[in-house]
Design a protein around this ligand. Sequence first.
Ligand code: ATP
Length: 776
Amino acid sequence: MQKKSTITKTNTNSKFSTIRVFFQSSTTHYFVGLIILIIVVYTSISIFSFFFTSNTDQSKIEGLSLFQFKNIEAEEIANWAGLRGAILSSILMNEGFGLSTFFLLLFTVFVALRLMKVYYVRLIRNFILCSLLTIWLSITLTFFFGKFFQETALYIGGKHGFIVSNILVYNFGTSGTLLIIVLLFIISIAIVNIEIIYFLITPKQKNKNKIGFSKEKKIENASHIPPFQTEENFSNGIEHFEVVKPKEEETIISEIKEKNRGFSKKINKDNLEKVREYDPTLGLPNYLCPPINLLKECGISELQIDMEEQKTNKNKILSTLDSFGIKIAMIKATVGPTVTLYEIQPEAGIRISKIKNLEDDIALRLSALGIRIIAPIPGKGTIGIEVPNRESQTVSMKSVITSKKFQETKLDLPIALGKTITNETFVFDLCKMPHLLVAGATGQGKSVGLNAIITSLLYKKHPAQLKFVLIDPKKVEFNIYSEIEKHFLAKLPNEEDPVITNVTKVVQTLNSLTKEVDERYNLLKKANVRNMKEYNEKFVNRQLNPQKKHRYMPYFVVIIDEFGDLIMTAGREIELPIARIAQLARAVGIHMIIATQRPDTSIITGIIKANFPARIAFRVSAMVDSRTILDTSGANHLVGKGDLLFSQGNDLTRIQCAFVDTSEVEKITEYISNQQGYPNAEILPEYTSEDNIEKRDTTNLSNRDPLFNKAARLMVTHQQGSTSLIQRKFEIGYNRAGRLMDQLEDAGIVGSAQGSKAREVLISDEYHLDKILELE
Ligand SMILES: Nc1ncnc2c1ncn2[C@@H]1O[C@H](COP(=O)(O)OP(=O)(O)OP(=O)(O)O)[C@@H](O)[C@H]1O
């Protein structure tokens, strides 16, 4: 019963939302505007013809209303717009406002143009203006010219003009009526331009103000902030203000339901050829990726725009800039889920840095946190001012997962992080990053962000193609994923818990991953390929023999939450393997995501920064933290709740992170864990700390070659890990140079031997080398 009522309720809701969407749609607006415009043209024709035909028609249509029908022969009516046109024009002209009806028609044209989005007109202001002018002209025409039309069927100012003019003349006499007419005229003009009224009242004072203002403008240091009261209506002469509502993105829920959920290739006659290929998903042939209905719809699905808010913000921005002597040629707003981007084009000769310095002043005027100025917007030639919306809208994980962009992506490790300022789904390839640093103050959306990343991958990958290594010193964040151990997680041999929480285990796991990196490189070398993708292709085409230890390589995504805590407790034991994996693992399909809520330089060190070019910054409290994460300010201006900056190289994109809550993640992991899994989690190569102890002995500081520091510097400056280079430079034998090279490898300065090729140098510059040498 309850179910039935819920269904009825949902149906009613969906009906209402369909009706609402219909009325809000711009196509509906366009057609309504077009219909209004056609009616106006028809009415104008009828009124125009009324001047010539009213004498003939008047007697025949006398007393008829617009919808009353009487048998009148069409030929008897002279009006060019027919019988209805004759009645309509008679009502508007004689019964209404006479010739001044054209002002009302003008207003109707404004409404039509605005609906059709052909021209933006301020409706309230123009309504008042047109109404006043209609009344004024109707009285004026009757007052001055009424007597000339007494013998005709035409009331030049309509019945309104006739009555009001007579009342005014009766009460105030001819001179009094004349003065009232002049007053009404001034009021109407004042509405068009308020400055005229200032001019009429205090012309001298106005001029003085003008001089004062231009003097002020000459002062370079424009610390003066002009009065605040008119800025909400400030237009700076810019009449056209475009507010772009980003297009709703296409979603393809129904198609997802139908196809693409299973991974195994269906065999039919056409792809018999492909049967020869090895299908890595055959280990779990019936695995289905989680259905879309496990995710919730949250917030309003269609982006809502508060036009009043947009206009007020625009006027405040213009007024602030104007008060600093910055004139704007164009302003346009693009509304996103959390922030609106106001794009401005300053007039020629204005220095960009001047606008950039006004960030705080604009924030003060708009009384808003999170204002960011992008000067200039790359590739656009405009300046962007991002202003947070009064009400931000949550971006649901469902909306990004169902987006066409994500569903049809061909990326290797696609991640739908959220929506950009133009409401587009932001999808990136973790493979290309190839590692990611996530930082932000506590409570700003980091954990939700990591869950969104994992969810995206779970919706795209088969367990055979992807394994996560989850490291969570806080012990609570990733616990939820333990259930999918036998599908998607990798762990150390003989380990109980698939999510690593203990610092010693973290060190072991990271070292084991470096072993995995080495093993994978050896396999690549044996297969004569350069990267994992080529290797897997060869393997799938059965060009590599599993008996020679070749195997299909899944991607590894290593996610470390609270990386800061680990660095504080284990220091370089953690930093070095991370740096090593980060430098070498790209080609072998191992990608790292490290997250920290402590964005300071002792945690995000030079080594980490050098190896993690892609970064996500959630809100931080200080500019210095933003600089630590992104090398630029900006993250200190975010609004929190998943508002983030994504940086890759020089590109900085503001994104509202998709929201996925714990209950949704639980449903997804439950759905996956209820399916058949592998007998075990993926096992990482064994790593014993004895290996480590042995190594430590060889790297014992006292045993180090006296040339160690010099050799390290040589490797870093040349960025070439070559033994012969050491031999040549220091004029030493091959054995000593080889020993030096081993010591450099143990210290994490160069990578492992790669046959006859030079080793990779893991430290990017001397600054970082000095730091490492100091620590030792
Ligand atoms: N993308 C988002 N959309 C809407 N609200 C969000 C989003 N991300 C986070 N929030 C809100 O912010 C709260 C805190 O988020 P989250 O737990 O991810 O923060 P955190 O940075 O991981 O904090 P901590 O470092 O303490 O774990 C969430 O409970 C949620 O209410």
